[in-house]
Design a protein around this ligand. Structure first.
Ligand SMILES: Nc1ncnc2c1ncn2[C@@H]1O[C@H](COP(=O)(O)OP(=O)(O)OP(=O)(O)O)[C@@H](O)[C@H]1O
Length: 335
């Protein structure tokens, strides 16, 4: 049964259409003009209990806005949304019991309180019985090293420590559904891994997770389904297994060249995909390894430019995301 359901979910923002400079500001004061910006454009989404979904897209795609609509922070301009059967905006209080929310860029801890006091306040807000609260703190200590952080004032926490404390705060009441907006942003590799391991443990215990991220490791390690949004619209929705199958036959050869590369390879090697890999002397060629061998690709390239270095990559989820952003994938794949 779906615990998160959205149909035709749309959010339009009305923004000031103002010319730059003082003159523009004055003109806007006298005759204000506005334009509409569609941040989320008819999103349909159905997420079942226990699913772990990566909600991915380029900057400005509409990810955070979707999370704000699903958590009731924003009201949709059009469309319908239900989380555990509730309208998250209208039934905000009841909805708060069912969901945990973490915005990686912003803390929900009380800035001047010790972590312990913030958690105790949340315990009272959620009316968590003392024994359950103590057990939860123990669990978070084992998974996140929370014990060390309890006496620290929130504003004195490092980013990694703050994210651990924020995760504990968001999941203290053991909500069945968790929304995470970039939970690993800015973290070092140790802290990032701790967050991923923690989220995997939550997923294993049946919590439904929807998480936005720009980090491929988060997707691979935490999630079982990938939903990609661009320009406010869902452009891809499929299981991670299906995504892996989609690229299983592909290889990418990265070549460093001794001269700038111009043009494509279509005439010599039909069906391969060539992209510049950062500069005119770095190219990446993706090919079906049933159709070509890497040696064939390298020798064709070498006829046009000296090859200095070669690296061959197995296919990755990153390739799928890149291809989706480039509009090269159909919106859904069979499960
Ligand atoms: N309160 C707002 N008022 C006006 N426009 C907004 C508002 N919030 C977001 N937008 C616009 O809506 C679009 C989607 O923004 P959103 O924050 O959802 O993107 P995102 O996918 O989370 O991006 P990022 O990866 O950069 O965090 C952007 O063009 C943004 O400028």
């Amino acid at each position: 049964m779906p615990v998160i359901e959205a149909s035709g979910l749309t959010k339009r923002f009305r923004i000031a259409d103002k010319q730059p400079g003082l003159r523009g500001s004055l003109r806007h004061l006298v005759r204000p003009r506005h334009v509409e910006h569609v941040a989320v454009d008819g999103v349909d989404l159905s997420i079942s209990s226990g699913e772990a979904v990566a909600y991915v897209g380029p900057n400005g795609a509409g990810k955070s806005t979707t999370v704000k609509l699903l958590t009731g922070i924003l009201h949709p301009t059009a469309g319908r949304v239900r989380v555990c059967g509730l309208d998250p905006h209208r039934d905000r209080h009841a909805n708060a019991r069912n969901i945990g929310v973490l915005f990686g860029q912003r803390s929900q801890l009380w800035w001047d309180l010790q972590v312990r006091d913030s958690l105790a306040l949340l315990r009272d807000i959620h009316r968590i019985p003392r024994a359950r609260y103590a057990a939860r703190l123990e669990e978070f200590d084992a998974l996140l090293g929370l014990g060390r952080l309890l006496p620290v004032v929130a504003r004195q926490l490092s980013l990694g420590q703050r994210m651990r404390a924020d995760l504990a705060a968001a999941l203290l009441h053991a909500p069945p559904v968790v929304f995470l907006d970039e939970p690993t942003i800015g973290l070092d590799i140790v802290a990032r891994q701790a967050v991923r391991d923690f989220l995997r443990a939550q997923r294993a215990s049946g919590t439904t997770v929807l998480m936005t991220t720009h980090d491929i490791g988060d997707i691979e390690q935490v999630c079982r389904r990938l939903v990609i949004i661009d320009g406010g619209r869902i452009i891809f929705d499929g299981s991670i297994d299906a995504v892996r199958r989609l690229v299983a036959d592909q290889r990418t050869v990265h070549l460093t060249l001794g001269a700038d590369w111009h043009g494509d390879l279509d005439a010599d090697l039909p069906g391969v995909r060539l992209v510049h890999d950062g500069s005119a002397r770095q190219i990446a060629v993706t090919f079906d390894h049933g159709a070509y061998g890497a040696g064939e690709i390298v020798s064709v390239v070498a006829r046009r430019a000296p090859v200095v270095d070669i690296r061959i990559d197995e296919p990755s989820i990153e390739d799928v995301v890149r291809r989706a952003y480039a509009g090269e994938l159909s919106p859904s794949v069979p499960a």
